[in-house]
Write a protein that binds this ligand. Structure first.
Ligand code: ADX
Ligand code: SF4
Length: 238
């Protein structure tokens, strides 16, 4: 932690500790202006945060990482979100030269063949574009929730991201699934219909499946890999 930005963390934790997520987002954007950005994968959680940002007209740039392999349903909820909120959602894409040579060399579904291929695909389609999206910003808002995995239980709602040199803020880290669902219902927020079909954590289509009741929330992500390999590099702690 040698970046000047990280010095804000203790003060911020103190300032927002009694705030609801809506108020905290407002407070952070008042303090850091347009240097607060929010990454949305149009998940249940992300839709809650988009609603909070849009209805308060906060100057927080919402962005998504379009891997090119998302579910059709994800593109539909992206579209209905723009219609509902009339907001601007910036899409980041993989660098075409990196992707072209990767697919040329390894084939379109190389992620099933090895963890190395899978991590390279995630790097090209998500991590590298994420780095461009975060560059020069101060706060990265995410929809991470503690319930999603054991590794996420220990997160703090405000934390320092060493690899991206940015402050991360997870406004609904401690919300339960029921709280998220109730908020979505109450405000009639558009959401990904796959959530009604057993999909909990939704990423790219070839790498996500529905889970059975009682299974770990992230069991449907990269299900063919061992649990300790399942991280895509967006969030370092997993
Ligand atoms: S991942 O690391 O496994 O891919 P997960 O799907 O749990 O992440 O989502 C956690 C948070 O990461 C989301 O709430 C969102 O902030 C961010 N995120 C994940 N995927 C994307 C994406 N494709 N575009 C933008 N943000 C994303
Ligand atoms: Fe590639 Fe699958 Fe990672 Fe998406 S989740 S970037 S398709 S390996």
């Amino acid at each position: 932690m040698n970046n000047q930005l990280s010095l804000h963390i203790p003060g911020l934790i103190n300032q927002i500790k009694s705030f609801q997520p809506e108020q905290a987002l407002k407070h952070l954007s008042a303090q850091f202006g347009e240097k607060v950005v929010f990454s949305s994968s149009f998940s249940y959680e992300d839709q809650v945060i988009t609603h909070m940002i849009a209805t308060q007209q906060l100057p927080i740039q919402i962005f998504t990482l379009d891997t090119g392999r998302l579910f059709t349903e994800t593109y539909s909820v992206w579209s209905s979100t723009i219609s509902r909120y009339q907001n601007n959602i910036k899409a980041y894409y993989p660098q075409h030269d990196l992707l072209e040579s990767f697919v040329q060399e390894k084939g379109p579904n190389a992620f099933y063949e090895s963890v190395e291929n899978r991590k390279n695909c995630c790097y090209i389609r998500k991590v590298e574009p994420l780095k461009r999206a975060l560059k020069g910003n101060a706060i990265w808002v995410t929809g991470l929730r503690a319930e999603h995995s054991a590794a996420r239980q220990d997160l703090q709602s405000i934390e320092w991201d060493e690899s991206n040199q940015i402050i991360k803020y997870h406004p609904i880290l401690d919300w339960t699934t029921e709280q998220v669902a109730a908020f979505i219902r109450e405000h009639n927020i558009p959401y990904n219909p796959l959530h009604d079909k057993g999909f909990v954590s939704i990423g790219c289509a070839p790498c996500t499946r529905a889970i059975k009741s009682g299974e770990d929330f992230r069991a449907g992500r990269w299900w063919w890999e061992e649990a300790d390999k399942k991280e895509c590099g967006l969030h370092e702690h997993k």
